[in-house]
Design a protein around this ligand. Sequence first.
Ligand SMILES: Nc1ncnc2c1ncn2[C@@H]1O[C@H](COP(=O)(O)OP(=O)(O)OP(=O)(O)O)[C@@H](O)[C@H]1O
Length: 322
Amino acid sequence: MEAAVSVSSLRRTYERRRKDTVVALDDLTLTIARNEIHGLLGPNGAGKTTLVRILSTVLLPTSGTARVLGHDVVAETTAVRSLVGLVLGGDRGLYDRLSARRNLLFWGALYKLDARTVRRRADTLLERVGLAERADEPVERFSRGMRQRLHLARGLLHEPRVLFLDEPTSGLDPVAAVAFRRLVLELRDEGRTFLLATHDMDEATALCDRVTLIDRGRRLLTDDTANIGRLLGDRECVDFAHDDPALTHALNHALTDALAALPEVVDVERLDDRWRAHTADREGSRRVLAWLVERDVLTARHAQPTLEEVYLRTVGDRGMRV
Ligand SMILES: Nc1ncnc2c1ncn2[C@@H]1O[C@H](COP(=O)(O)OP(=O)(O)OP(=O)(O)O)[C@@H](O)[C@H]1O
């Protein structure tokens, strides 16, 4: 069966002033199966938005090919547009002075859907994303979470089978983010495919079947999320400091040496304003937390390494911008 998305040797460069060329995508090859939620993870400037824009047919690649459900994004733009929906994060793409419903009617007209169909779908979608009661209020009164749900409704108006989500929950509070993710999972259960560009590791872990890590336009790895989770599991750590920052410096070597000698501790390192103990697993972190609390080191917390740290540990520091 044809993949939902297949990208082959895709390259995109941007010319900047003084003939300075930025390579945003560099020989990228990637396949996303139908009905998959695929995470695209990478630090700022990795090329995520560029890929999503090419797949949505709003940007041309410099070379290479990309297909959505078998259709070439350059040669078969119209077919691809009817198959894909783009959901942006933040304030892009909504008209603040218009109501939620009017925003949808406006976008429906752009998709050249007939007015009755758009009205019907707008009603259904507003209900579905939990905005029916606020549908006729101007969007400027909406919270970020409500805007995000409206973005999603907009992306679904023409009933696309493949959705591209670019940082969809950036700036959302945790409750709104959870509600948004639940909607994504429901939509997947109806047979849709998702490509989710994010630099939020938690989001990727919560939603994605597989993830691809990219950096500087190149694919570093693609794997099942469970495997990436194991990778993270190997990188457990506990951050600790004295309540009084001045005393953190004074945490004596006897304490950190004793900590480093514990069997569950892999390494202890000094960060700017705190210390970090790397542990073998979650259970190890728990024991280290208890050990620290017993010794009156009260500001200790279980920390997950950031995506950047996973990058650094996975692929080494190759001049990545973080
Ligand atoms: N219109 C443009 N003109 C010039 N350079 C650009 C343009 N758009 C993107 N770039 C550059 O291309 C590279 C990839 O950018 P892109 O926005 O695709 O990355 P990203 O992974 O989406 O980053 P972010 O997480 O910050 O949104 C960056 O170096 C960026 O500065």
